[in-house]
Design a protein around this ligand. Structure first.
Ligand SMILES: [Zn+2]
Length: 499
């Protein structure tokens, strides 16, 4: 994710507004308890994420989602949906908790039999006819609605656009769109089937598998991911869209999804993607997925988002004159870099989010240096000056403060962007450019399609450097104050902000 800086007076409206403040406060107070204690019937559960204790659920591991949406042409009305989940039971389960709220559940089945369902907190709790044991298959079918309208209490993962819908679930809004195990630690395969009225086009993560024109004039579009994906990275776009196809490096299919009316206007930006892919591949190795492209949404989201294989951008970024070309290029590379850092290699917990944003910011800044002569060192020197202030406001890079109740998007603070790219710069200063570049390639290679933690990064960096970097990372990732910058003893932090 990257927040769009506003150069005009208008502030983005989409910054997540309050959800359920009371539930959050309760959740924050009882993180360990939530995961460990024997629950009373239908209690909301979580997997103990330090920042989002109620996200995810214990006792099963999802292999795949198959989600069917029926959209009737009005983005203020709930969609009809059927979500099928295929999972494996990993611990004895009397009840199965899913994350789901904000919409209506019509029916639930577990392994082909009707199951009782209750809502509690932001969980949907299913009670199968008999308890389930480890190793058993778990096939769940939920018929439900999916409400695209956000309320004061609940900011839907759907983004309502000028001509339909797009999705922006990060960090914790997927379960306002479909029932799921809504934590990045449980990646799974996804199939989306989207039925739309005549004149609208639906596109989702991955590649199309089938398009069926139905007798009633509607079309059903099916897409499937070829690699596991976190729920926060799901994307479904519905609109008066044109899908623009071109070829990336070594024949990679590149497809952009744009409002048909803007097709020509946007071409000067869209045609940059193959070159950016090529640049990133030279830095870190082969692009990890089956396709890539840019989704341009006619909406003021206030952010860009690295939804897997199809990054979401707000239209303004490309059409407003106040954003200079070098800056838009760098934002495009930021979201592209996330396909390796965040999407293919996904953090184990939300406290590891610096691994996403630090790296995406790093390649954003490096691209600006190499292509637009904007020195990385200048940017890092500025970041260094501000770093102590960012740490005070948001916590150290790898121990971010809990987002304020009702403002969960506030996890995306400067300390996880330039404040964390600064850690990577310090690391490059410490171990040298060659070792650093090798580490980056190894990281995305070893952890491809998986989850990884901050400790995994520290371990690999030490291995590549040939000596223990535990002390170095302790200070840089967990220190309240920014350590001295290797090679720049003159750099100072904490001076009054000059901007
Ligand atoms: Zn980002």
């Amino acid at each position: 994710m990257l927040l769009t800086p506003r150069t005009t007076a208008a502030r983005p409206k989409a910054l997540r507004t309050p959800r359920i403040a009371a539930a959050l406060i309760a959740a924050t107070a009882s993180a360990a308890l939530v995961a460990a204690s024997a629950p009373s019937p239908a209690a909301p559960l979580g997997i103990g994420d330090p920042l989002f204790p109620h996200l995810g659920n214990p006792g099963y591991d999802v292999d795949s989602y198959d989600i069917a949406f029926t959209y009737r042409g009005d983005n203020r009305k709930p969609l009809d949906a059927v979500t099928k989940i295929d999972a494996r039971v990993t611990a004895p389960l009397e009840r199965v908790n899913l994350d789901f709220t904000h919409s209506k559940v019509r029916s639930a089945e577990v392994n082909g039999e009707k199951a009782r369902f209750d809502s509690t907190g932001e969980d949907l709790v299913l009670t199968p006819s008999a308890p389930l044991g480890p190793g058993e298959r778990l096939r769940i079918t939920i018929r439900h609605t999916s409400d695209p309208v956000s309320t004061e209490d609940a900011q839907s993962g759907w983004v309502r656009t000028g001509d339909g819908l797009a999705m922006a679930n990060q960090a914790d809004a997927a379960h306002l769109v479909f029932p799921c195990n809504d934590h990045p630690a449980d990646k799974a395969a996804f199939t989306f089937r989207v039925t739309t009225p005549k004149g609208l086009t639906a596109v989702a993560n991955g590649l199309p598998t089938a398009t069926a024109r139905d007798a009633d004039g509607t079309t059903t579009w099916a897409y499937r991911t070829h690699h596991p994906m976190a729920t926060e990275l799901a994307q479904v776009s519905i609109g008066r869209s044109t899908v623009v196809h071109r070829e990336g490096p070594h024949g990679l299919p590149v497809r952009d999804v744009v409002p048909t009316k803007d097709r020509k206007l946007l071409e000067r930006w869209l045609k940059k993607t193959p070159g950016q892919l090529d640049w990133m591949e030279k830095k870190v190795g082969r692009y990890p997925f089956e396709t890539y492209g840019v989704l341009v949404a006619d909406a003021r989201t206030g952010f860009e988002l690295e939804t897997q294989t199809l990054s979401l951008f707000e239209r303004d970024i490309f059409t407003r004159p106040e954003y200079p070309e070098w800056y838009v290029d760098a934002i495009m590379v930021h979201e592209l870099a996330h396909q390796w850092f965040g999407d293919s290699v996904t953090p184990r917990t939300w406290s590891d989010v610096w691994l996403n944003e630090g790296h995406a910011t790093w390649y954003e800044a490096l691209y600006a240096e190499e292509k637009s002569k904007r020195p990385l060192e200048d940017r890092m020197k500025t970041a260094y000056r501000r770093s102590d202030g960012w740490r005070t406001a948001g916590g150290p890079p790898a121990r971010p403060k809990t987002p304020a109740p009702g403002q969960k998007i506030s996890l995306f603070r400067p300390v996880v962007y330039d404040g964390s790219a600064l850690v990577l710069y310090a690391l490059r200063q410490e171990i040298g450019r060659r070792a650093f570049e090798h580490l980056e390639r190894q990281w995305v290679h070893i952890h491809r399609d998986g989850n990884a933690t901050t400790a995994d990064f520290v371990r690999l960096a030490s291995e590549v450097a040939g000596h223990d970097l535990g002390g170095f990372f302790d200070a840089w990732l967990y220190g309240e104050k920014t350590p001295p910058m290797p090679g720049h003893p003159d750099w100072r932090t904490g001076a009054p902000e000059g901007k």
